[in-house]
Design a protein. Structure first.
Length: 365
């Protein structure tokens, strides 16, 4: 197994209430077995802004604790790996990185796509685009206009106190009928109730993670006061938490990100739970390279993903992505689900080499 920390230039800096990113740093796991090369991507960021995990912490946890478990297994089995790693608390993004590499390995050994392995049904998935904070309302509206012209059918904007009602009013004036949703990345508290209630007038698909990342209780209080559905992102770290959130009506929609919930198996379990409870789900994005993007698109091929995801085309983010073909928007505003074995896209190892800023080679003792 090899771990690569890579640094890829972004087309333009992406700003959310968490911070501004000009480069995308990612940790890539490369697993080789029986002549097959498989890939996983860790979605942790450079700093602990989205969750407590970072690229450095994930690198450490994989090297010290997860790779030795991987080397104990003689077949590619992500469920067995999840069982072996149950004593590693948290560190979901590190676990997911290895777990997903095992799905890719299994798919390539069995010559089946990830979508087929998890019993995905769709051949293409609807995608929207997430627009970061812009320097002015004018720039925001222009950016949305160009995303709509590109073919995206659903727009998501980031909001924070002081950057919410005014931009939404401008967007709705210009585009009264587009599918629109907002993401607060936990920037509000219940003291902002009067303001959050005003969001109801903008006919939003959902309000994503308005309150603290670890606070289901107050989301439940807030949902009772809003007609717009709350969607939880940061809060949903496991199928158990998803169930609690549904039971107490802390959200009516869930954003599933494999990295946040320990991998593809747990993502599928949350999807299945939400299908039973009639909770729509969609696939969020973490500025993944083509590797992580391939897993997201495969996941979104499951039937419960009824809302457009954030998995936009590669060129939206990167000057040159590390996979070929790059993910491109179809004329229907969708991405095609790769049907080749495993992740279904080729990794350009030369490009990975040129983006690499740190490397670790791990072998069984
Ligand atoms: Mg979010």
């Amino acid at each position: 197994m090899e771990l690569r920390t890579i640094k890829i230039p972004l087309v333009s800096a992406f700003e959310s209430s968490i911070g501004t990113e000009e480069f995308k740093e990612a940790l890539i796991a490369i697993v080789r077995k029986d002549g097959v090369t498989a890939y996983g991507e860790c979605v942790a960021g450079h700093g602990p802004w989205y969750s407590e995990e970072t690229i450095a912490s994930a690198n450490y946890v994989i090297c010290q604790f997860l790779a030795p478990l991987l080397f104990k297994m003689d077949i590619a089995n992500s469920q067995q790996f999840l069982g072996l790693s149950r004593n590693v608390r948290g560190n979901n993004m590190a676990v997911a990185c290895v777990e997903m590499a095992l799905w890719d390995l299994l798919g390539k050994l069995k010559e089946q796509s990830i979508s087929k392995l998890i019993r995905g049904e769709k051949r293409e998935v609807e995608v929207g685009v997430a627009v970061g904070f812009q320097p002015s309302v004018h720039a925001l509206v222009d950016k949305i206009a160009s995303s709509l012209a590109d073919g995206y059918r659903r727009i998501k904007i980031k909001i924070k106190p002081g950057y919410d009602i005014q931009p939404l009013r401008a967007i709705r004036e210009r585009f009264p009928n587009i599918l629109l949703q907002v993401d607060a990345n936990a920037a509000y508290t219940l003291n902002d109730l009067h303001l959050l209630k005003q969001l109801d007038e903008f006919n939003l698909l959902l309000i994503e993670q308005p309150l603290a990342h670890d606070d289901l209780f107050n989301h439940s209080k807030l949902q009772k006061q809003l007609s717009t559905p709350i969607c939880l992102d940061e809060s949903i770290r496991s199928v158990e938490i998803a169930l609690q959130a549904i039971e107490i009506d802390a959200c009516r929609i869930i954003n599933i990100k494999p990295g946040r919930v320990r991998g593809l198996e747990c993502s599928k379990q949350i999807h299945d739970l939400c299908m039973r409870r009639k909770i729509p789900v969609w696939c969020g994005g973490m500025l993944e390279t083509g590797i992580g993007r391939a897993f997201n698109v495969a996941l979104a091929s499951l039937p419960g993903f009824t809302l457009p995801g954030d998995t936009s085309a590669s060129r939206n983010y990167f000057k040159k992505d590390i996979t070929t073909p790059e993910f491109e928007l179809t004329n229907n505003g969708t991405l095609e689900v790769p049907l080749e074995p495993g992740i279904g896209v080729q990794v350009n190892e030369k490009l990975v080499d040129s983006y690499t800023i740190a490397k670790n080679i791990l072998t069984p003792e």
